[in-house]
Design a protein around this ligand. Sequence first.
Ligand code: SF4
Length: 342
Amino acid sequence: MSARLLDLPPGDWPGRFEALGAAAYQGASAAHWVLRRGVTDWDSMSDLSAALRRRLAAEEPLRTAQVERRSGASDGALKLLLRYPDGASAEAVGMPGTRGRTVCISTQVGCPVRCSFCASGLEGLERNLTAGEILEQVLVLRQEQGEFHRLVVMGMGDAGFNLDATLAALDALIAPAGGGFSARRITVSTVAPAGALARIAAWGRPVTLALSVHAPDDALRHELVPGVRRRRLEETLEEADRLFAAAGREYTVEYVLLRGVNDAPRQAQALAHLLQGRRCHVNLIPYNPVAGLDYHRPERAAQDAFAEALRRASLSVTLRRSLGGAVDAACGQLRRRALTLS
Ligand code: SF4
């Protein structure tokens, strides 16, 4: 079976159209309709002949995933559970932001990293998503909520463990012949398994790297983030310094604050020490509780104190406003609920 259109780079769409007996320019036009304008209904593409539209609708469906669940919140966040034809499901979230909407997409069904505090990791990895399935999340969210300003690859799964498909999907969004979306408005999050940072750096698009750290020392990180037990924090940060910061690309350190686990003043100091002098920004994320897991969000005062200790060490810090808590926004929660109910 040949790959679906959404799995192909936009530059290959003209060739696929020629193979269907259409003109190459119609393939380029279709890529523009789909990836730039977000249209997924062939019938709306008025510059294609009626016969070609009928054939494309039968042979090249653009939407294959069903929206199985929708949860919205009063803050405007919307979380979708998408069900793919093989039964696998993944989550995609749209959130309001100060400069426009942010969409957050998944790269895997389940997650091989198995972070002990995360709903996505509880059942491990079911399978990788294809480039087309990753792109389809963006198209569906755009249809539900309109244009977006930022794209973050921080949903279910870890991009570093599915780089081929993730980078292909992002390339289709960025390409001038595709979505034309600015790479500078994309953030790719990963725990950085061996080789991942080098690949993202070599890929060369100016996306922001978000490094999931979550602990100030190896012992605790290996407990919380078992998928990178063979990696030392120091070595991971040095790699990020060399591949990103040295090339003028500040990276973000993601740190989920867990009450009584990684939020003590001495741990803030240890993290400050670890990050001292590095060209990074720290993003503190107060934990969104997951049913069945014995982790809790620190009190507001403890969150503030942790952030303040880092700022006193001259680090740039954001304490993230939590969006979507009311819609099961902790990654993997919606899918997990569906798995539990099914
Ligand atoms: S926090 Fe991210 S990397 Fe860790 S298990 Fe969840 S989805 Fe995977």
